[in-house]
Design a protein around this ligand. Sequence first.
Ligand code: ZN
Length: 175
Amino acid sequence: MCPVVEINLFRRTYTIRPPPSTTHLRPPTSKAWANLFADRLSEAGQLRSYLKAIVDKTWDLTIWLQHNSNATPADADVVIEATGQVIGTFAKLIRRHEHGEPDRCPRCESYRMRQDIETDEEQMGLWESEICASCGWQSEPEFTSLHDHFEGTDVPGCLSSTGIGMSDRLHPRRS
Ligand SMILES: [Zn+2]
């Protein structure tokens, strides 16, 4: 059976599988697990080296704290912050792994792409396009009727709950 790690971050569960070539290995240590996932989440190079280094150093730091009878609250704070840095870094890479690379502007290659939505009351629908916040490039607007937009949606339920409505389209992953 393929070992799987599920990481709960920000109330979402991410499932990451190690490379198939490693599934025959005995259960590795926490450091080894982290190194497997560093391999999975990054290309060989500076980023992967950085991931492995912070995992190695942070793990050693936590062990040092655990066995240091003279450790102070400040020492514990340092370890907590270091651990948070590791978790935050992996969270970003897991998010990239799950969602892929962000869109780039076809004109200037900026990552500052925004979704623009304009309502059209006359035609009872929405015009959606992508706009580059750097150079102002805009994709061809696409029309979606309100009927299609809300198809399969519990409209009375949405209208009676707080913070959900047409702007829900701006937060497509919110449930
Ligand atoms: Zn641009």
